[in-house]
Design a protein around this ligand. Structure first.
Ligand SMILES: NC(=O)C1=CN([C@@H]2O[C@H](COP(=O)(O)OP(=O)(O)OC[C@H]3O[C@@H](n4cnc5c(N)ncnc54)[C@H](OP(=O)(O)O)[C@@H]3O)[C@@H](O)[C@H]2O)C=CC1
Ligand SMILES: O=C(O)CCC(=O)C(=O)O
Ligand SMILES: [Mg+2]
Length: 729
């Protein structure tokens, strides 16, 4: 039997899995394909680290490490659903929940002092941030909208809010002192180890250097960052706009929480000036955000006056964007709530506006410190301010080929990012020679990013392949004035020679020009491929899909692995925590599993390409037909309780899939699925009624990060009629 590994993850897609996976397995088994799960959820990762402290029945293997081997195999085939990249706050919540469930996992040592605490923090650091994706992404990224999905969106356009005319919305970024301005880059020769030294003391030795890799070093000046934040606050006030911060503290788990903390300290500078000692005494770290401050204040005798000082700040500062106005959750509450790839598209979608404290939308300044990628977001907002909102019914498609393999670029830089402890210089040395150096000050954030040569070659290959298959121009978003990009351009020009590029349009443009060129085409209804590094891959593959399709969850997100296998990611977005809140409150899950349906079809096709098998071909073709029918009949979950949700959407997929099989070319499967299709059709009303029976009612699934499988399954499979039919296949 062929095997597909389906990742067990967190939040909304994890809930959806309880209902979807039994259906998937029933259908794929008929074609000799078994879909098995592998637990890479945040809770699963925590549990696997502390097996020695747990009861035998509580233990689980380090399944992420196991998948790390699968992606190196030529037949590796993984369906990867989005998982939590945890902030420290989320990790602590998860630990607390596991402890309450009787798991003897240790507390997170926020302020590790002893060697034992430091060792524990080190173990927990492997669960933090983007711990999963870099392990599984042993290939580059091919994200695009299937033609049927794009057509559906154009025929059934979601709403994009118009920009005011004139609009006050803008993006602010640093013009010096940031990662972009301070970047240096070398192409390394040979495999000799490299050291990173601060004032002669070794911070890190790299023993895994690979000849011809590109190595960058840069830093964010803490002083420049603070001055920048202050200026954006002053300007926001003058310009009468909401102040909103956009970072990626989850994925950039070392640098961005610190940058978030500086924003908290600058916004609430009077509070820190007056109560700094008390905040230190209660163990508060600004990187944890305002939400954590409220928790820590419970221990303070000065709680009331500090809260009053926080409240008074809102009268002095410009209004701040809110994550949830109803619950009073601000932009500075938790760093995991303002994830730039998802938050900036929403700003553009909503006409350059965010929510204010009164629960109304208001024009905002989007504060994005590092210019490396702020240029892109600025180009998007500026384009809409100048030319108005995009038109979903006519806008062209922007697909992405992203350099991602082997922890490419900034997204692999966590182990080589340091908050600098003392003034001096950081040097990167190989064989005694200084490759790069920077003068730094205490508090600066210094980081090294790397990208290996083989992934670059593969990325260029994939770009040429996509350009050839689509006939669209494929634009390399590379800026000859950025040190890293200048080295990339050398390699791109060299590796393009390995391919037949006759007739293809493969321009190289800096970020702002590439965005301008692409957006002009978008407005004319023309398709364009963006060929980008890892960060822009992330940002573009939420931005354009959210504008074009309403959500990036509908994207095909394929990772052709360097070793020959495939990871089929579902969508381009995250795990939608707000959807879980709604499900727990009212039994309605608005998560759309279309991304999972599409990924499954690709994953099956991948097996079919390697083994010609009639049944497998039939099941795959039938799933394609079912996916098209799902779109044509608009069976996506409703947003409102009382109406068909995610569970119902899975039922319709099953019905269409069974029908397509019963009408398909494989006689054996047609005979097997004819009665199933009939039963699913005849019982439709009854099944929908049973599925709706839990709508409007609060649900208990026994945990947020670590639900009780039995309870969650019961909540997500409330139709006895549907279960009986599915279980009979
Ligand atoms: N590949 C991965 O593993 C990724 C993981 N993440 C993780 O996901 C979590 C949440 O990230 P966040 O930035 O909030 O972004 P999300 O993409 O999870 O959510 C943003 C919004 O997008 C909409 N949305 C996303 N997916 C779907 C779907 N399948 N169906 C319908 N609507 C959808 C929802 O809008 P609405 O609420 O209006 O319905 C949702 O609230 C974080 O923990 C982050 O670390 C983030 C990105 C990628
Ligand atoms: O790994 C993560 O934290 C997020 C990944 C992501 O946003 C993406 O790949 O689009
Ligand atoms: Mg993303």
């Amino acid at each position: 039997m062929s095997k597909i590994i389906w990742s067990k993850i967190d939040e909304a897609p994890a809930l959806a899995t309880y209902s979807l996976l039994p259906i998937v397995n029933a259908f794929t088994k008929a074609a000799g394909v078994e879909v098995v799960t592998s637990d890479i959820s945040l809770a699963g990762r925590v549990i696997s680290k502390f097996s020695d402290r747990l009861k035998p029945e509580q233990r689980i293997n380090d399944e992420l490490a196991e998948l790390g081997n699968v992606v190196l195999q030529p037949d590796g085939n993984i369906i990867k659903l989005p998982n939590i990249s945890a902030s420290v706050g989320q990790l602590i919540e998860c630990i607390t929940e596991l402890q309450a469930q009787g798991y003897d996992v240790p507390n997170y040592p926020e302020d590790a002092k002893t060697d034992e605490e430091k060792a524990l923090k080190e173990i927990y650091s492997t669960c933090l941030g983007s711990a999963v994706n870099p392990v599984l992404r042993e290939g580059n990224s091919d994200r695009r909208a299937a033609a049927a999905v794009k057509r559906f969106a154009q025929k059934n356009p979601h709403k994009l809010r118009a920009f005011e005319s004139p609009s006050k919305a803008y993006v602010a970024h640093m013009n010096g002192g940031d990662f972009f301005s301070n970047e240096k880059s070398v192409i390394v020769e040979g495999n000799a180890p490299v050291t990173i030294e601060l004032n002669g003391k070794v911070l890190k030795t790299l023993n895994d250097v690979v000849d011809k890799e590109i190595m960058d070093a840069t830093f964010m000046s803490a002083k420049a960052l603070q001055a920048f934040y202050q200026k954006t606050l002053d300007d926001a006030k003058k310009n009468g706009v909401l102040w909103s911060l956009h970072l990626k503290a989850t994925m950039m788990k070392v640098s961005d929480p610190i940058m978030f903390g500086h924003a908290v300290k600058v916004f609430f500078k009077d509070v820190f000036a007056k109560y700094g000692d008390e905040l230190t005494a209660i163990g508060y770290n600004a990187n944890m955000g305002l939400g954590d401050l409220y928790k820590k204040l419970e221990k303070s005798s000065k709680k009331a006056e500090i809260i009053a000082a926080i409240e008074a700040t809102y009268d002095i500062q410009p209004p701040m964007a809110m994550v949830d106005s109803d619950k009073g959750i601000t932009n500075l509450h938790a760093s995991n709530d303002i994830i730039i790839d998802a938050s900036m598209p929403v700003v553009v979608r909503d006409g350059g506006k965010m929510w204010n404290r009164d629960g109304k939308v208001q024009e905002c300044v989007s504060v994005i410190p590092d210019a490396s990628y702020a240029f892109f977001h600025k180009a998007m907002v500026d384009d809409c301010v100048a030319n108005g909102q995009y038109d979903v019914t006519t806008m062209g498609n922007v697909a992405n080929v992203g350099l991602m393999a082997q922890k490419a670029e900034e997204y692999g830089s966590h182990p080589t990012t340091f908050e600098i402890a003392e003034n001096g210089s950081v040097e990167v040395k190989q064989n005694g020679k200084v490759l790069m150096s920077h003068n730094v000050e205490a508090g600066d954030i210094w980081r090294m990013s790397r990208v290996k040569d083989i992934p670059i070659q593969d990325w260029v290959r994939l770009a040429v392949e996509r350009a050839r298959l689509t006939g669209s121009p494929a634009v390399f978003w590379l800026d000859k004035n950025r040190a890293h990009d200048a080295n990339m351009i050398k390699k791109v020009n060299e590796y393009l020679k390995n391919h037949d590029t006759t007739g293809l349009e493969l321009p190289i443009m800096d970020v702002a020009s590439a965005a301008k060129y692409t957006n002009a085409r978008v407005r004319k209804g023309e398709d364009t491929i963006s060929v980008t590094g890892n960060v822009l891959r992330d940002h573009l593959t939420d931005m354009y899909p959210i504008l074009e399709l309403g959500t990036s969850a509908k994207m095909l997100s394929i990772v052709p692995l360097l070793a020959g296998g495939g990871v089929f990611e579902t969508g381009a977005g995250g795990s939608a925590p707000k959807h879980v809140d709604q499900f727990l409150e009212e039994g309605h899950l608005r998560w759309d599993s279309l991304g999972e349906f599409l990924a499954l079809a690709e994953s099956l096709r991948f097996i079919a390409q390697k083994n010609s098998d009639d049944k497998l071909a039939a099941v795959t073709t039938a799933l394609d037909i079912a996916n098209a029918a799902y779109l044509d009949n608009n069976k996506a979950p409703s947003r409102k309780a009382g109406e068909p949700d995610n569970k119902a959407s899975h039922f319709f997929l099953a019905q269409y899939w069974a029908k397509a099989l019963s009408e398909g070319k494989n006689a054996e499967l047609a005979a097997k699925f004819a009665p199933i299709a009939k039963a699913l059709t005849e019982n439709e009303a009854k099944i929908i009624e049973e599925l709706l029976s839990i709508e409007g009612k609060a649900q208990d699934i026994g945990g947020y990060y670590h639900p009780d499988d039995k309870k969650a399954e019961a909540a997500m499979r409330p139709s006895a009629t549907l279960n009986k039919i599915v279980d009979s296949i």
